[in-house]
Design a protein around this ligand. Sequence first.
Ligand code: FAD
Length: 140
Amino acid sequence: MFLVRLVYASRVSDSLSTDDVAQILEHSRSNNRSNDISGLLCFNHEYFLQCLEGSRARVNALYQRILSDTRHQDILLLSYGEITERNFGRWSMGYIPASSIIRETTMRFSGKSEFNPYEMTGDSAHALLAELARNTPTLE
Ligand code: FAD
């Protein structure tokens, strides 16, 4: 069973509410736990940035479902590759809220001070998520 990591960015759809995000998280955690998928979801009311880690077949199947979810749009694959170990194995889906995304951190990993994952490389997006995870006290 090959281990992979996938990182993508998307824009929230116009109809998305805070309740939708809570529902996505609740459902994701339960589904991902059953499928041994781990990762992080970052959300700032405009964009999603998500990292998924797990078996190649399961991560690919989940990504196919995520692609057809109407709660977001303009989904852009930032990186995908085989890995030797997980970075976010502690979280079935850790959540990084907008309040944790500070200017200093986005400046460090992108060309702009505002959080915009479309302006980041896959490596930078992954590094940003790792840094945010370190600095966010409660992810789950
Ligand atoms: P179902 O049982 O058919 O659906 C589960 C529930 O999701 C339904 O009760 C419904 O309330 C809701 N739902 C599904 N699609 C929509 C929709 N288009 N609009 C409104 N509500 C809907 N799923 C995961 O399992 N793991 C993840 O890590 C994950 N991350 C996500 C990140 C983002 C940014 C988004 C937008 C969605 C994510 N999802 C994730 C949800 C995923 O897109 C699928 O909806 C979900 O995996 C389907 O689960 P299921 O097969 O159990 O389907």
